[in-house]
Write a protein that binds this ligand. Structure first.
Ligand SMILES: NC(=O)C1=CN([C@@H]2O[C@H](COP(=O)(O)OP(=O)(O)OC[C@H]3O[C@@H](n4cnc5c(N)ncnc54)[C@H](O)[C@@H]3O)[C@@H](O)[C@H]2O)C=CC1
Ligand SMILES: O=C(O)[C@@H]1CCC=N1
Length: 270
């Protein structure tokens, strides 16, 4: 089972990133993707790639069998009300990437029959390296599997309980920004100890990629791999311990908790 036409409502940062990932995956032809935005001029790169671009959400919704809502939390209610007249439980799956908007919120507008999903990717979906968490509680047979297969084309994907959707938003979607801040900070440190900014960033980026790949490929725990780097009385443990004295792990955990707390406020925008 595979969607025949995917319509993305809201061609902003994430909506375009999803379309880019879909195009490069060859999972679906660009002519079977529609993306909408009020100002379609900003989607010219998408139309150059063969994606159908329109400001007409109704047209997009009737064309698609999978509709991905990628608008801001305060915009999703109006969009669902707008497209409702063309939705049918037989034709459509509605998937929202909108932070803090629950399946119950969605059902309060679109009703109980239309299969609804929450999907939480991150912006690396554009290059097919997203971690995407997916939840639903009224999917029809085979639809959950179809959604996982689709998003596995764009990185990795898992079904989770909806209760964990906010946690997945923080760890996966916000998480890519935390990882990039690590890269930027490491780059700045690298400049201070002698590298040009360009070379420093290259080293920082490839090192983070290598660390993640090592864990993904071996299945090892990070501390096991750290033990293999930290020579006794060596420079790694000296720096690592100083980072911990300065609150490295603690600041990350506290940041994650703060982001998580913020989602309750975002949810009020619905
Ligand atoms: N940016 C990210 O990394 C992630 C964002 N999200 C969620 O995805 C959603 C979208 O986020 P972004 O792409 O960052 O926001 P964005 O503001 O870049 O994109 C939203 C787009 O929707 C368009 N839009 C607004 N009203 C519309 C309408 N009536 N018809 C058609 N298009 C309309 C806007 O013009 C804009 O281009 C948010 O709810 C956010 O919480 C989730 C995971 C990651
Ligand atoms: O910062 C935000 O609220 C959105 C949700 C996850 C990533 N960006």
């Amino acid at each position: 089972m595979k969607p025949t036409h995917i319509s993305i409502i809201g061609g902003g940062n994430l909506g375009v990133a999803i379309a880019e990932g879909l195009i490069s995956s060859h999972y679906i032809a660009p002519s079977n993707i529609t993306i909408t935005r009020r100002n379609v001029d900003k989607l010219s790169k998408m139309s150059e790639k063969g994606v159908l671009v329109t400001h007409d959400n109704l047209k997009a919704a009737s064309r698609g069998d999978l509709i991905i809502l990628a608008v801001k939390p305060y915009q999703i209610k109006d969009i669902m009300e707008e497209i409702l007249p063309v939705l049918s439980a037989e034709q459509h799956i509605i998937a929202s990437v909108v932070t803090g908007v629950t399946l119950a919120d969605m059902r309060s507008i679109i009703g109980h029959d239309i299969p609804a999903f929450r999907v939480m990717p991150n912006t690396a979906i554009a290059i097919r390296e997203s971690m995407t968490c997916i939840a639903s509680n009224n999917a029809k047979t085979g639809q959950e599997q179809m959604m996982v297969e689709l998003f596995k084309q764009l990185g990795d994907a898992v079904m989770i309980d909806e209760q964990l959707m906010s946690a997945s938003t923080v760890l996966g979607a916000c998480g890519i920004a935390y990882a990039m801040r690590f890269i930027r900070a490491a780059t700045q440190g690298g400049i201070e100890i002698g590298f040009s900014s360009e070379v420093s960033q290259k080293i920082a980026m490839q090192t983070v990629k290598g660390a993640a790949s090592l864990l993904l490929e071996t299945g090892n725990h990070p501390e096991y791999e750290i033990d293999r780097v930290t020579t006794p009385k060596g420079c790694t443990i000296a720096g690592l311990n100083e980072m911990e004295h300065q609150g490295f792990s603690s600041s990350l955990i506290k940041g994650i908790q703060t982001s998580y707390g913020q989602i309750a406020d975002i949810a009020k925008e619905f």
